[in-house]
Unconditional design. Sequence first.
Length: 323
Amino acid sequence: MTIQPDAVDAKRSAGWLPEQDELESWLEGHRERVEARSEPVVLHPVLEEFQELIDTDAVVRMYLNQMIEQVPSTKPYSKRHLESVEQMLGMINELLTMAPEFGESSMVATPLNAILDWPMGTPAGFAAFRDRRVNAMLKKILVAWCEFLNSGDSLYVLNDSAVGWKCPEAQRKVGMGQYEHDPADEHWGFASWNDFFTRRFKDGERPVASPEDNKVIVSACESTPYGISMDVQRRDRFWIKSQPYSLEDMLANDDSVDHFVGGTVYQAFLSAINYHRWHSPVAGTIVRAFVQEGTYYSEADAEGKDAVEPMNSQSYLAHVAAR
């Protein structure tokens, strides 16, 4: 048995349901910022490498061009922010020296996802974002962006403007009073955007619920429950509409699969604005952990176009995404 929330309710409860106008406004502003450059754009080395892949691999070039062409011209897609692969690379290039700004839309805090959102939900987009070569490049792009977000240059978004993380609305939304920070410091004492993003709770905040009762499941970080599935099978058709869990695929054929066949899967997810410093209160001892390579912007095509983030694809992503 699988229990999942209504897709719209799930998006709203975790802040994944942005206002369309805000998203379109950000995309339009970002495109105009790139186009306003008076000098030719010099691509970051990682995007030069991506450009080389696109130029020399016919299948990758076909996928990326088609996914942009296949975005409908009707509402809500009438204000097209992407017309070519070259434009897409330019918009991504701009992001590599930008930190996420505050906005009511979580999508604005995940700007690369905002740029790719509409192409992701096209037939060519479904194929492109499952391609190993494309995902290898996306990983490199994200690593390059992370290098900037780990630097002091990324602190410029910690200001009190309407899109700064120190403005009253941002402080209210993230609950800054719960976190360790220095109110007297220009950047609250953080060394980088990522340092702010993985901020620590003050002692005594968020006590663990029922620590002596092993029947109580405590969500990791600040995650929102998404689905519960019982009697989970070793192998199942995770790509169909109901997205049943398939243990072999979730756990990358790990030897531990046998321990969980017939068991229960609890899945939760984080909004971009949620607390992200990893905490997972569990009874027992974690004896092993590993990172599995996978996709970054893939969606389940059984769900059709997923207009706001891959929310409807969460169960599917548990099997294919980098994890």
